[in-house]
Design a protein around this ligand. Structure first.
Ligand SMILES: Nc1nc2c(ncn2[C@@H]2O[C@H](COP(=O)(O)OP(=O)(O)OP(=O)(O)O)[C@@H](O)[C@H]2O)c(=O)[nH]1
Ligand SMILES: [Zn+2]
Length: 209
């Protein structure tokens, strides 16, 4: 096998997760852009209260978009050899993301369930880490849901996965259609859950309860 044939996890994962990047955040560029936005709305970026704002916003974007540089698949490299082949559900995982259309937050809870294959059990915290990695990017709720499910299918090869995400989008509350309280629920159902209605119903009732 030539060196070029040896693909990193991140490269092999690209079909599921095309937005993962190793590029560092260009904070100077963000600072310039923020100054321009302030000028564009009629503010004075040189007034005292705004002097450090471009720097703060650059640091904030680096933090809230840190998932751009986090491969969610990496968390499933540690696997326990347990032979538990029954349902595992981690529910109510809080997350914050940024809507890719308006760059304002949407946030809520993710519920991640899977049935491991024998000897391929992951750490519970890894499910929450994968959600966080995928959420901290310019996102669509649907894409968070399916990327987490597809990453788990690929890395853990489980019998099945269900991911449910419920969120409130600030682009629908503080602006635009202005419907505070409206919740969006998305789900991704993979593997055995696709054809086993009873197993799927069990997961949904556990998530609700
Ligand atoms: N499918 C999906 N749509 C989203 C998500 N976040 C925001 N949107 C929607 O993206 C759409 C963008 O619509 P546009 O008509 O291009 O933009 P807009 O004029 O700002 O739309 P309004 O929000 O209706 O004012 C809106 O309907 C948003 O509600 C998401 O996670 N998934
Ligand atoms: Zn939006």
């Amino acid at each position: 096998m030539s060196k070029a044939d040896v693909k990193t996890d991140a490269q092999t994962h690209a079909h599921i997760d095309p937005h993962f990047t190793k590029q560092e955040v260009d904070k100077v560029k963000i600072e310039k852009a923020v100054r321009m936005i302030l000028e564009a709305i009629g503010e004075d970026p040189a007034r005292e209260g705004l002097l450090d704002t471009p720097k703060r916003v650059a640091r904030m974007y680096e933090e809230v978009f840190s998932g751009m540089r986090t491969d969610p698949g990496q968390f499933f490299n540690v696997i326990f050899g347990e032979d538990h082949e029954e349902l595992v559900l981690v529910k109510d995982i809080p997350f914050f993301s940024m809507c890719e259309h308006h760059l304002v937050p949407f946030f809520g809870k993710a519920h991640v369930a899977y049935i491991p294959r024998e000897g391929r059990v992951t750490g519970l915290s890894k499910l929450a880490r994968a959600v966080e990695a995928v959420a901290r990017r310019p996102q669509l709720q649907e894409r968070i849901t399916s990327t987490v499910a597809d990453t788990m299918m690929e890395k853990l090869n489980p019998h099945g996965v269900v991911v449910v995400v419920e969120a409130e989008h600030m682009c629908m509350t503080m602006r635009g259609v202005k419907k505070p309280g409206a919740k969006t629920v998305t789900s991704a159902v993979r593997g055995c859950f696709e054809h086993d209605a009873a197993a799927r119903a069990e997961v949904f009732s556990l998530i609700k309860g």
